[in-house]
Design a protein. Structure first.
Length: 348
């Protein structure tokens, strides 16, 4: 693996969110400040939106690492393709309560009793909903109703909603007026700019013991930013493949040409085939976006989880490394007692 080749302690550009690699760009610092502010208020809804791969889930996991467990009981929900009743079951389950076979009335009663117990223990309950753009209006209303659990002087449940930009459309629809009145802070997490993208790359490399090997010149960084647009997940995808190529070709410095080569490879790999089995022109979709199709050619949009993509990439790396090792052994093995380089000369 390229980690050993470059003297790194781990993969610096894995796709799965890891708070260990959290990078505080201007946008991420502000988003984190909004979350921490909301947490200090102890009530209402906090809304954070951002593009696919902008780092919303990493924000949440970084926040969870900071939460005082003796003061806050937190639950995190990421599966949001649910109807209102299923969402209630998911909330109950996320807080560790039994939910199977229970009616809606039973679920609400269990949740309310749990929240009162948490309050008597001097703690607060926090519910974090990821991928909120998938929630339909009825489900959002169900979540709003849960905020009605209160004592005489405080709310028993606080909710953070994180989603893609289209969630703002849901939030500002006429039926969401009551929810909007309970939103105490809202923030949109945009992409990083070019200097931040460079600092982000170097931060992740330094986190795993980078000492300048490999090096990236200004042209390489410019090409990286032009392709990724400052989106962390796209940056991770591209740089992981760049380092893999560097390992296979024994490169210790990258320029714009190297980056463009990997970008071309990625674009070719994820083009959609036409009916004749050849790639359809202009139909490529970036792996870093988590998309295999985006409404092109009538095909449905399909999003793959970061964990699955990361696992597939690791398996691909292992396969390539195994093949490379076999080829090296073949080249190094003298056929019939003749040195490998002599054998090649006679063939020429």
């Amino acid at each position: 693996m390229y980690e050993q080749f470059y003297g790194l302690t781990a993969k610096p550009f894995q796709l799965r969110p890891d708070p260990h690699f959290f990078f505080g760009s201007k946008g991420h610092k502000r988003a984190m400040a909004y979350l921490e502010y909301g947490l200090s208020q102890g009530e209402g809804f906090i809304v954070v939106t951002g593009e696919v791969g902008a780092g919303k889930t990493t924000l949440v996991r970084n926040l969870f690492n900071k939460l005082p467990s003796d003061q806050i009981v937190a639950a995190h929900i990421v599966n949001t393709h649910l109807d209102p009743d299923d969402t209630l079951r998911m909330v109950v389950s996320a807080f560790g309560l039994p939910y199977e076979g229970a009616s809606k009335t039973d679920l609400l009663t269990r949740l309310e009793q749990f929240l009162h117990t948490v309050d008597r223990q001097g703690k607060r309950a926090l519910l974090v909903i990821d991928e909120a753009q998938n929630l339909n209006p009825k489900t959002v209303e169900e979540l709003r109703m849960l905020s009605n659990f209160q004592t005489d002087d405080k709310s028993l449940l606080q909710t953070f909603l994180l989603g893609q930009p289209e969630f703002r459309g849901t939030l500002h629809s006429p039926s969401m007026q009551q929810l909007r009145q309970r939103v105490i802070a809202s923030y949109h997490l945009g992409p990083m700019d070019a200097p931040e993208t460079r600092a982000y790359i170097e931060h992740r490399l330094h986190t795993v013991g980078w000492n300048g090997d490999p090096a990236f010149d200004d042209g390489a960084h410019a090409a990286i930013y032009a392709y990724t647009g400052g989106i962390p997940r796209k940056t991770n995808t591209l740089l992981d493949r760049v380092l893999l190529m560097g390992y296979l070709e024994e490169l210790h410095a990258f320029n714009e040409g190297h980056i463009q080569t990997v970008i071309a490879d990625l674009s070719e790999e994820f083009q959609l085939p036409d009916v004749m089995g050849t790639p359809a022109a202009g139909a490529s979709a970036g792996l870093g976006d988590g998309l295999l199709a985006d409404g092109m050619g009538g095909m449905p949009e399909r999003r793959a989880s970061a964990e699955v993509l990361d696992e597939r990439m690791m398996r691909l790396e292992k396969s390539i490394v195994s093949v490379l090792s076999i080829l090296k052994k073949i080249v190094a093995t003298p056929p019939n007692g003749v040195a490998a380089n002599q054998h090649v000369d006679t063939q020429e």
